[in-house]
Design a protein around this ligand. Sequence first.
Ligand SMILES: NC(=O)c1ccc[n+]([C@@H]2O[C@H](COP(=O)([O-])OP(=O)(O)OC[C@H]3O[C@@H](n4cnc5c(N)ncnc54)[C@H](OP(=O)(O)O)[C@@H]3O)[C@@H](O)[C@H]2O)c1
Length: 320
Amino acid sequence: MKAIVIPQYGGPEVLTVRDMPSPQPAAGEVIVRTQAVGINFADIMSAAGGYPGTPPPPLIAGREYCGELDGTKARVMGYAQWGAFAETVAGRRNYLWPVPAHWTSQEGAAFPVNYFTAYLAYWKAGLVSRAIEATRPRVLIHAAAGGVGTAAVQIGKLLDIETYGTSSSAEKLARVKELGLDHGINYRERDYEEAIREMTSGEGVDAVFEMLGGEHTLKSVKCLREFGSVIVYGAATGKPGTLDPRALYSKGTSVHGLWLSVLAGNKKVMEPAWARLSQWIAADQLRPIVGHVFPMVQATDAFQLLLDRQNFGKVVLTIP
Ligand SMILES: NC(=O)c1ccc[n+]([C@@H]2O[C@H](COP(=O)([O-])OP(=O)(O)OC[C@H]3O[C@@H](n4cnc5c(N)ncnc54)[C@H](OP(=O)(O)O)[C@@H]3O)[C@@H](O)[C@H]2O)c1
């Protein structure tokens, strides 16, 4: 079978399409014939050797895929840690979900990582249900025009949350506003901490979804109002977040971690998340945002797009 291989650690240019042996399913796994796969920022980190738990190269890249169960027409979308960018994947049964009949395979490949991560960020922030009389919570979403970001904007709208989102470009912010983002902040033009202070009359937000690391963890804490929380789930700057916990004292704020790699194996967390997400999907209120589609042979260009911050929503590769 053809697969996108990381032959040695490096930038997007190392990715190579090669013939590889087809996977043999272990206990609890099934074979999926893939049609489309979704690129995640974590794939860039895996190729560079910076994603925890990645096996040494050579290895097949990819953590998200959509295709048909072997020998059937049943379409599934799946999550893995690596090995997904191939014509055939041995997928764990409990990491597979049915593809809604009205979705394309490309949309299926854009679902698992972005939508579970975004939903679980709201869950960790305590915002998936609230008393009817409660005031409308505010959330700041970093990289609101990205894969997880667009999912968080859509889910925020369904949860009736006032969303604030950052991006590097006015054009991306205009597009994400069409998805329901309430307030856009172009961080190339404006310091987002200052913008949040001004836009909320000095009050701050109830939660920040933080995937940048470096100085942004502390800056995100400073955007919170009393008892708010920062949900840390990435470090796209490549730098670990810097935070002195004393910064949390005065407003009783908190910082939580979120890692789908681990949570995906937790049925008590994933089943209620899927139940809620699939209700919205069935009502056609939630649909993945596929911004870019490349054939598998252009994996390098597709990775580079994400790295250059040029993507909107999800970048998908088609598998012939
Ligand atoms: N913990 C988890 O379980 C989990 C799951 C999924 C994703 N993540 C993390 O969430 C983040 C987003 O992932 P994604 O796959 O959805 O990617 P993405 O948001 O589609 O793409 C990355 C975006 O981040 C923004 N960005 C800001 N600073 C950047 C920098 N220094 N380098 C590159 N991009 C930068 C860019 O948007 P602008 O130009 O608009 O700023 C870029 O388009 C990543 O950090 C990823 O590791 C974590």
